[in-house]
Design a protein around this ligand. Structure first.
Ligand code: GLC
Ligand code: GLC
Length: 810
């Protein structure tokens, strides 16, 4: 593998060259302050909200790409180079980039000078630390001029990229000691500023981009670096930056560490100013005091490491498959935490300006991180539920800063309400904490409208029941999980949003997928009712679930597979009768995992059809055959060129549904195969084709019918993370939280001799050994807990804080 390798002991992916097929990135930050960082130091930072509180600039479709970020320049006696390779691009004597859990470390060397640049966001601190350590490895003293620079974003990232007539006049800064403060709009309504500091005296500074660069230059050749000069003045308007210049002499063998801090401060209105138009710098100074030595940053890094150790030890596996281990133990949960923090807002493919926290997306993300941060999952559920409307429907997304639902992508996605049930069930199964059901939650974030979360769930389920179409199947509304199946849209206007436009409100188009969701999640809601609410409601709902199952088998079965939908005229979508788009993946996965047609032949037949028509070398495609022309009655799905995105791309999110469905029906090989095909660690060798990071999932991989099959896009922010973690941990390894305790139900290839899992669950550490010397694929013959046999496969909840569990398959 020419680009990099896994270092599992350090939980790092080690990149050996800047020339990766695409920028391979990492995320820094866990709570409020976040940064994206690529393997050449690119990326940007923001506070809580990538649109409204953007701290540094990033130009997405810039050429050359990824040229903004942390800009470091070393001038070693006329040899100019950058420790992260960019921006100077000087070939290095050695280079490596280690992406770890919440930190990134660059190690590079040129002409006997070595540099290590450690970047991380400390726990609970609104800043990013960059610690740059230089070592003179030669026998002669070296005099080095060091420049470090960031470019400020004027807060609102959308306005920053649009409103130049205003923005070129608003930029404001202050400079004091070795700190440059960015205070644009602070004079008026903003009560926050940002700053960039270094913990030593500087020999000069720059605050305005155009002077720093010089006319016609890019960041790869700034005048101030090439000609060793600096403006040393605070500028006004245009494009504010913060650049520090430092001169150092390093004796042979000498090691010097500098700590750069990019920080953010928020002040009370009354305390904003120190004196007229001079900002109150005390919060910045207090923070800088906490990180003004290399030792202090070491301590902060240790705390960060301990935090990640604590999270990742909640579920670990030891199996004979190294790739499986590294995904389950490190990278899959890590990506789940990133989707928890970012939802679909900011990545190298999501600009951070459009999509805040999605209702559907965030609800599903919970499945992947609820065992890691249950308290935070609880809060997230309450935040999401608050953008539900009183009729049970929901805004499709909310802005992280304000938590207000917004209509940017509208509402009326008829799958949304049911995902709330999915997340609440997952939360209670994990924690046993049913008190969440009593929490008062408003509708549409309007104070005074509060009802219990339980009531929200009731309305979710009722919403489906009160929106049924001609076949008794749920109406699709704007779309269901597949945002691009827009059966009421009928758009002919270029640029019109497929998700919010309705030129023909049929009241007819139905979704078999939502029907399957209803069977699964209304079923789970009935369980919730039994236990904590109201058994009569449970009985009514169970009947509705049975009716829905029957409707799916009656009107949602196409003979060899499940239908996808009925369109606005009642015509079939995803049927053998169709010319294109004969079979879709979503209903095959979801109907089967919901248990529809499991006892008859339907489930096995549907999965066999998936294997024949949709499965390929790089994963399972969303549909087949791809749409070759635009169908306005289907919407965006047919707008993509064949093989990409929803038009028959491998939309990774739903591959684990198939994997789970295969496991539910006992097809262990196929379950594992569906898992393995899209799993990044197994794709490392084909990185030239795959192109995105080999340590995280991408939203989609080009399908067989695309011109570039196997090429991935949209890495990081995808529900694939949560769903694959669900499929591998709960259905393949079969360690599944349930109301009554941890259920053990593995479904593994028969040549897998067994495995060990350590699982922390409701305060108990379970050390589970699964023995498959019988070489079966499914079935548990015997379980002992601390030496005692148990009945069934649910581990009883007792008083022991550590349980030794032996499972014999057979
Ligand atoms: C994107 C969206 C998600 C949707 C999927 C399929 O990943 O974030 O909400 O379900 O596309 O269209
Ligand atoms: C586009 C994408 C889809 C995404 C949606 C979000 O339709 O194809 O994946 O969910 O935009 O609005």
């Amino acid at each position: 593998m020419k680009y990099g390798s896994f270092d599992d002991d350090r939980r790092e992916y080690v990149i050996h060259t800047p020339y990766t097929p695409l920028p391979w990135i990492n995320y820094l930050g866990n709570k409020d302050f976040f940064s994206l960082i690529s393997n050449t130091g690119g990326g940007y930072s923001f506070y809580r909200d990538a649109k409204l509180r953007r701290i540094t600039r990033y130009r997405y479709n810039n050429a050359p790409g990824d040229s903004g970020g942390r800009l470091y320049y070393i001038n070693d006696g006329g040899n100019l180079w950058s420790p992260a390779f960019l921006p100077l691009k000087t070939p290095l004597d050695s280079y490596c980039c280690r992406h770890g859990m919440g930190y990134t470390l660059f190690e590079s060397r040129k002409n006997g000078l070595s540099a290590s640049l450690l970047c991380f966001v400390p726990l609970d601190e609104p800043c990013e630390i960059n610690r740059l350590t230089l070592i003179n490895q030669t026998d002669l003293p070296k005099t080095v001029r060091l420049t470090a620079c960031v470019e400020w974003c004027l807060w609102n990232a959308v306005d920053d990229a649009n409103n130049f007539q205003r923005n070129y006049s608003t930029g404001e800064l202050e400079q004091e000691d070795s700190v440059i403060y960015h205070k644009t709009e602070y004079r008026e309504r903003r009560n926050h500023y940002a700053y960039y500091a270094v913990n030593c005296d500087t020999t000069g500074y720059d605050t305005d981009r155009d002077t720093f660069l010089g006319r016609f230059n890019g960041y790869d050749a700034p005048d101030s670096v090439m000609h060793v000069c600096s403006a040393d003045r605070v500028s006004h308007g245009w494009a504010p930056i913060a650049a520090h210049h430092i001169s150092l002499t390093l004796q042979p063998g000498e090691v010097r560490s500098l700590v750069y801090v990019l920080g953010y401060a928020e002040l009370d209105k009354e305390d904003k100013w120190q004196q007229l138009n001079v900002i109150n710098k005390s919060p910045a100074k207090a923070l800088l005091e906490r990180f003004n030595t290399s030792e202090k940053t070491d301590e902060a890094l240790k705390r960060l490491n301990a935090y990640w150790n604590g999270l990742l030890e909640r579920f670990t596996v030891i199996s004979g498959d190294e790739k499986l281990n590294r995904m389950v133990n490190i990278w899959n949960p890590y990506q789940c935490m990133v989707t928890f923090n970012l939802s679909r807002s900011a990545s190298y493919f999501e600009s951070g300006t459009g999509r805040g926290m999605g209702f559907r997306d965030s609800c599903q993300d919970i499945l992947g991180f609820v065992h890691l941060v249950p308290e935070r999952a609880r809060q997230r559920i309450l935040d999401i539920a608050a953008i539900q409307l009183s009729d049970g429907s929901a805004w499709h997304q909310y802005q992280p800063l304000t938590k207000q639902g917004n209509a940017d992508v509208g509402g009326g996605f008829n799958d949304d309400p049911l995902w709330l049930v999915a997340s609440v069930y997952a939360y209670i199964a994990e924690t046993g904490d049913a008190s969440i059901l009593e929490e008062p939650v408003p509708f549409d974030t309007v104070p005074g409208t509060e009802a219990s979360l339980f009531e929200h769930l009731r309305r979710s389920v009722q919403y489906t029941l009160s929106h049924l179409g001609p076949h008794g199947l749920p109406l699709i509304g704007r779309a269901d999980w597949n945002d691009c199946l827009n059966l009421n849209c009928f758009s002919e206007e270029p640029g019109e949003s497929f998700q919010t436009t309705a030129n023909y409100e049929s009241g007819i188009a139905e979704s078999v997928f939502i029907a399957a969701m209803f069977v699964l999640y209304a079923g789970r809601y009935a369980k919730i009712c039994d236990r904590y609410g109201d058994p009569e409601e449970a009985a009514v709902i169970r009947e509705a679930v049975e009716t829905m199952k029957a409707k799916v088998l009656e009107h949602g079965w196409d003979g060899e597979w499940f239908l996808r939908a009925y369109d606005a005229f009642g015509a079939k979508v995803g049927s053998n009768e169709c010319e294109e788009g004969k079979i879709y993946i979503e209903p095959q996965g979801f109907c089967v995992l919901a248990g529809i047609g499991i006892d008859g032949k339907h489930a096995q037949k549907a999965l066999a059809s998936v294997r024949v028509h949709l499965a390929g070398e790089f994963g399972i495609s969303l549909l087949w055959p791809c749409y070759s022309v635009y169908h306005k009655e289907l919407g965006e799905v047919s707008s993509y060129p064949p093989g990409y995105k929803e038009n028959g791309g491998i939309f990774c999110h739903n591959n684990p549904w198939i994997s789970i469905a295969e496991a539910v029906t006992g097809n262990a090989w196929d379950a594992y195969e569906a898992y393995r095909r899209i799993c990044p660690a197994y794709l490392e060798e084909m990185s030239d084709t795959h192109r995105t990071e080999p340590y995280v999932y991408s939203q989609m991989i080009a399908g067989q019918e695309a011109p570039t099959p196997g090429e991935a896009k949209n890495s990081w922010l995808t529900g694939t993370a949560a769903w694959t973690f669900t499929s591998i941990s709960q259905y393949i390894l079969g360690i599944r939280p349930s109301y009554d305790g941890l259920q053990i139900d593995p479904c593994i290839p028969s040549d897998m001799k067994g495995f060990k899992v350590t699982r922390k669950f409701r305060g108990v550490t379970y050390n589970i050994t699964v023995d498959n010397s019988a070489a079966v694929e499914k079935g548990v013959k015997a379980i002992t807990v601390n030496g005692n046999d148990i009945n069934g496969n649910i581990l009883p909840l007792g008083d022991d804080k550590v349980c030794d569990v032996k499972v014999v398959m057979g």
